[in-house]
Design a protein around this ligand. Structure first.
Ligand code: UFG
Length: 322
């Protein structure tokens, strides 16, 4: 299949592109490099430095059969300070993309959605039919696109899949020897921050909140290896039919506390992780764990890489980056 990947110079987008190429697909990447890195676009993909809002004049020439859409702003804290940025980039930008896909007869889209669409869950594990009450403009922007996809699928006969990620971690080592991993200029995620704290010159890790109603007082999250996550995208390209929109959680179904993650980082690296315990971070729910029954049923997918593997692969990537 000839696949358009928006945001293919970013963390998840680059891993999905590498996996699509390995599965024999042709890939056209568009990325405006606002947060992505041109050298993260895997060899073998055609790359265009373009915004999703500027695709319309060129898309007709590319013979695209499906789009996988990652290009978005993705920092929860920034979204609270600058909601306009999130509504404009993630929502207005995506509507422009959908209209271009529609105008040029691209019938299928897989969208990078988020557990942030649920907000504070009413029940754990979280099923896809739970109430969606996002607690940040980032979550609202992802939910708005999920809603638009349902409408576009129903009324325009598109096939759409929204993949709602829980906590993505780890890195991919391609057979070429090239590695793809998390290279955010502003790093907010726990595992890369803990690895940096474990590295010799690292600042201590700030542990946000030790008074949550969980076994050890720290937040519990459902971590999913980026390679498993990418595999679900490849599978999502062939599910559903015209007029259908499927929403699918991508998580392991198992939760780990922040302290458990830090213990894993200590075991894998053989180093200490200096920690300072600080106040809760605004908007962090106590527990987020996915029900992945729908992913298993619809995509025939199940994660195969555990937390130790995620931390080990992220550590190897971090060390290669220096
Ligand atoms: N944490 C720390 N210190 C850090 C970073 C994180 O203690 O330096 C804690 C957080 O408070 C949280 C846990 O580690 O309890 C995980 O935090 P991450 O930032 O790694 O991930 P989140 O669960 O906040 O974010 C994930 C996705 C977001 C999505 C969000 C939905 O990465 O895209 O879930 O709640 F919006």
């Amino acid at each position: 299949m000839r696949v358009l990947v928006t945001g293919g110079a970013g963390y998840v987008g680059s891993v999905v592109t590498a996996q699509l190429l390995a599965a024999g697909h042709e890939v056209v990447v568009v990325d405006d490099l606002s947060t992505g890195h041109a050298d993260a676009v895997p060899q073998g993909a055609v790359f265009h430095n373009l915004s999703i809002a500027a695709l319309d004049p060129v898309l007709g020439d590319w013979n695209i059969e499906a789009a996988i859409h990652f290009a978005a702003k993705s920092l929860v804290g920034e979204s609270v300070r600058e909601p306009a940025l999130y509504w404009r980039n993630n929502v207005v930008g995506t509507i422009a993309l959908l209209d271009s896909l529609r105008a040029h007869g691209v019938p299928r889209i897989v969208f990078s959605s988020s557990a942030a669409t649920y907000g504070e869950p009413e029940q754990v594990p979280i099923r896809e039919d739970q109430a969606t009450r996002p607690t940040s403009p980032y979550g609202s922007s992802k939910l708005a696109v999920d809603l638009a996809l349902g409408d576009y699928a129903r009324s325009y006969g598109m096939t759409a899949v929204s993949l709602r990620y829980f906590n993505v971690a780890g890195a991919m080592r391609a057979t070429s020897g090239v590695s793809y991993g998390e290279r955010h200029d502003t790093e907010t995620h726990l595992i890369p921050n803990a690895l940096r704290a474990a590295a010799a010159a690292g600042e201590p890790l700030s542990l946000f909140g030790t008074d949550y109603p969980t076994d050890d007082g720290t937040c519990v999250r459902d971590y999913i290896h980026v390679v498993d996550l990418a595999d679900a995208h490849v599978r999502a390209l062939t599910v559903g039919g015209p007029g259908e929109h499927h929403i699918v959680n991508l998580g392991s179904g198992t939760g780990y506390s922040v302290r458990q993650v830090l213990d894993t980082v200590r075991e894998v690296t053989g180093r200490d992780v200096p920690v300072v315990e600080v106040a809760r971070r605004a908007g962090d729910p106590a527990v987020l764990v996915a029900s992945n029954e729908r992913a298993v049923g619809l995509l025939g997918w199940a994660p195969t890489r555990d937390l130790t593997q995620m931390v080990a692969d992220a550590w190897e990537f971090e060390q290669r980056q220096g």
